[in-house]
Design a protein around this ligand. Structure first.
Ligand SMILES: [Zn+2]
Length: 600
């Protein structure tokens, strides 16, 4: 047992709509499996995130509906909070980027960078409407993408190829309001001096040996061509630029991506402020022996292995221009950027606009959260793009959860309940008994090592291999044939129950909801696997209400070790832990996908 401080920094879901299972396979389930394991291992985890609510797509959605961006953000924040709590995501704090605290911390990082010279003003060409003379926000300009040739690219980003753009880059730019050609005039913006971090980022990445090779290689390659990047944008929805002459301008804000990544820090500070010890965040951000793991899908690597580390280095005064830390003090860089690849759906890319999608809430309305968590951990896109198929989901659920693990729990507990009514008292253990218990207890080292290194697919299959060993033991020893030898029968059942208890701990990070049930079937009381809760709070500074996800996770009993079961603990006849799914769901879900896809 150790007690390291571990920050689990989970990518911020964007609040322009509900999240689908492709999203949560990237940032969601892997980060929670990791955090639950680390807490069981005795470490002090701080898991933070929130909804990312600034930027153009939200203002575009608001324009389309004729409502304010805040209304769009409020609505989707609430939906996403419900989805992630339903999945059992144990955030210490899941908040949002529209809090006053977040704005203040984002502005502090900007000012720290400015003080050290890593953010600088530069005259660039900004768009104005020739007919009104007013600034045209980036989103109101469209044209042809200079990178992929897509004709509907916006002034800040091309939705076809995903590249960030400047309005001046567009070929044949036009105003989306009236079709006129915007006039480009000189105006000031602030830029992040990324080239000043080439050396410091290279030194840091050079020490990151444990990363997934594709993530590390991608990150190192980015260093070949760093260019200053615009820190401010022409937009009216975002964090104000904290400078005289800028603060009150309605048309200039900090670029959404540069405030979103600050969210890891601002959420940690908000958590500390809410905990009653406003300085508590420092243990995760400043102690030299604390660790920080960042979880995301691969489309966000650049912001976590380049932009955010550059912001941190500049704030610390550790780029080529030197400097001193800002008023918060020196901040730690990520220990590891843990990025997943993409999940596809029945061979197609997830797409909300084309309805190739299943939203988390629809999934959870029809299936158990643990079944989805298990699929993502055991068969998800950890190292390569991976396809979600309903047939494979059904197979994993029915063969591995129901017939494998669930059946082991069910037959062991029901035999002990029926024959003894309690955890039986064992006699002397045979070699076979000892061999099984050696297997289950040594699995804490092997599975734990894999989980600590975020090899979750391998960890899940290793835990299930141990379940298989226990099932084989039970078939070999056949306690149901030992009616004439009750002492031996009791020893076998005791051994099997101890194995079930061990396997339940090994599977708890993946299957927290069913782990709680198994804990109770084994006669346990109280909380084994902690659950998050949704709490209605008010903004600490401006009083506006919003929901957060939080929880009391340290009081839970789950530990990463074999816990001896106690003879005599009463056992009742078990109810099934997992639901067997009917084969017909495959066709049903495929039909649903076709119907949704046709309905646009
Ligand atoms: Zn493009």
């Amino acid at each position: 047992m150790s007690d390291r401080h571990i920050l689990t920094a989970v990518a911020w879901p964007y609040a322009n709509g509900p999240r689908h299972i492709g999203h949560v396979s990237g940032f969601g389930v892997p980060s929670d499996v990791f955090s639950r394991y680390q807490r069981m291992a005795g470490n002090k985890v701080l898991m933070v995130s929130g909804t990312d609510e600034h930027g153009t797509p939200i203002t575009v959605a608001a324009d389309a509906e004729g409502v304010s961006p805040r209304e769009i953000a409020d609505r989707n924040n609430r939906i996403i909070v419900g989805d992630l709590a339903g999945l059992g995501m144990t955030y210490d704090l899941f908040t949002r980027t529209t809090t006053a605290n977040h704005a203040a911390v984002s502005q502090e990082i900007f000012l720290g960078l400015l003080k050290n010279g890593y953010v600088f003003p530069k005259t660039t060409l900004g768009a104005i409407s020739p007919s009104t003379g007013r600034t045209l926000p980036d989103r109101y300009i469209e044209g042809t993408c200079p990178i992929c040739g897509f004709d509907g690219a916006r002034g800040d980003q091309c939705d076809n190829c995903g590249n960030q753009l400047d309005p001046i880059d567009l070929i044949n730019p036009r105003s989306r309001i009236n079709g006129e050609t915007p006039k480009f005039v000189e105006e000031e913006h602030y830029f992040l001096d990324l080239p000043a971090f080439t050396r410091a980022l290279g030194d840091w990445l050079g020490t990151r040996k444990s990363w997934r090779p594709n993530v590390l290689n991608f990150s190192v390659n980015l260093l070949d061509d760093l260019k200053p990047r615009s820190y401010t944008r022409d937009i009216d929805w975002g964090v104000p630029v904290p400078l005289d002459g800028w603060r009150d301008r309605p048309d200039k804000r900090i670029y959404v991506w540069f405030d979103a990544v600050v969210g890891y820090l601002s959420a940690s500070i908000e958590w500390a402020r809410r905990s009653g010890d406003p300085e508590a965040w420092r243990q995760w951000w400043q102690a030299p022996d604390s660790d920080a793991y960042y979880f995301m899908g691969k489309d966000n690597i650049v912001f976590h292995s380049e932009i955010w580390p550059a912001q941190l280095l500049g704030y610390n005064g550790e780029g080529d221009k030197g400097g001193t830390p800002g008023s918060l003090g020196r901040l730690n860089l990520p220990t590891e950027v843990v990025s997943s690849e993409f999940l596809t759906m029945e061979g197609r890319k997830f797409s909300s606009s084309r309805q190739v999608v299943i939203y988390v809430r629809d999934f959870l309305a029809r299936y158990d959260a643990d079944a989805l968590r298990y699929f993502i951990a055991a068969a998800g896109p950890e190292n390569q793009d991976t396809d979600f198929t309903w047939a494979e989901f059904l197979r994993r659920n029915n063969d591995e959860l129901v017939a494998g693990w669930g059946n082991l729990v069910n037959r062991t507990v029901s035999m002990a309940a029926k024959n003894v009514g309690a955890v039986p008292t064992p006699g002397e253990l045979t070699e076979a008994d000892r061999a099984l218990l050696a297997t289950t207890s040594s699995a804490f080292d092997t599975v734990g090592d894999l989980l600590g290194r975020n090899r979750q697919r391998h960890a899940a299959s290793e835990a299930m291999r141990v379940v298989g060993e226990a099932n084989k033991y039970l078939s070999d020893q056949a306690p149901w044939k030992l009616k004439e030898e009750p002492a031996r029968r009791d020893t076998v059942l005791f051994t099997a129950l101890q194995a079930v208890s061990d396997c339940n701990a090994l599977l708890s990070p993946f299957l927290p909801h069913s782990a709680q049930k198994v804990h109770e079937l084994l006669g346990g009381t109280g909380v084994w696997s902690p659950e998050p809760r949704i709490e209605e709070v008010t903004d600490l500074d401006d009083g506006s209400p919003y929901p957060v996800i939080t929880g009391d996770y340290d009081a839970a009993q789950a530990v990463w070790a074999s816990r001896p079961i106690e003879a005599g603990v009463p056992l009742a006849a078990p109810t099934p832990v997992f639901k067997k799914l009917d084969e017909s769901i495959v066709e049903e879900e495929l039909r649903r996908l076709e119907e949704d896809g046709d309905s646009e």
